[in-house]
Ligand binder design. Sequence first.
Ligand code: ADP
Ligand code: NI
Length: 217
Amino acid sequence: MEEKNLITKTELFVRETLKNSESGHNWFHIERVWKNAKHIGQAENVNMLIVQLAALLHDIADSKFHNGDETIGPRIAKKFLEEQEVDNEIIDHVVKIIENMSFRSAYDKPSFISKELQVVQDADRLDAIGAIGIARAFHFGGYKNREIYDPKVPPDLNMTKEAYKKSTAPTINHFYEKLLLLKDKMNTITGKQMAEERHVFMEKYLQQFYAEWNGEA
Ligand code: ADP
Ligand code: NI
């Protein structure tokens, strides 16, 4: 199949599969990550077909909604690409990216690394910070019925993977436990620059948040 057709077909498959998904991982998240990935990828020496397929398929099934099964997303992506008769080499690479990309798997030893993985990972991480990241965090917290903030519950920076998944802490803590750490984890120069701006925005947001909380603004 021609590259352009394959990408369009993948886009349609992802749109259809995610049409009833919650808003943190819906098609709009994928579309933003796809755009970020294309933008970041331009400045890197990467295979843009692999970057785009991985960006489109990276959240095709969320383990959180499948009893923690972290193999389901990569399996669905693999099956779809096999049905499109994509070269095995490309399928393998895309599937490895999906398996190794998430923040959660950063607790495990990375078993695979590539320039293409780094581009897509940066693109996904960017969507967790800045104005969009703030919206997604409070959306997630609301979905989990969490407090927005509780001064008596300090952030926990040394959580195990299991504790992180089970945490019921207020959403503000998530900024310290994950969001503010992401800028130093960026892989690419373009990703770092974009993350820096979004990071500064989150810091300003938190300043204003505490000022309002304390009746000082
Ligand atoms: P990803 O798909 O990027 O690996 P997650 O599934 O962990 O990320 O999270 C999806 C979105 O929900 C992200 O924007 C993330 O910051 C947010 N989120 C995840 N865990 C929490 C939490 N404990 N509190 C607030 N937001 C969270
Ligand atoms: Ni994602």
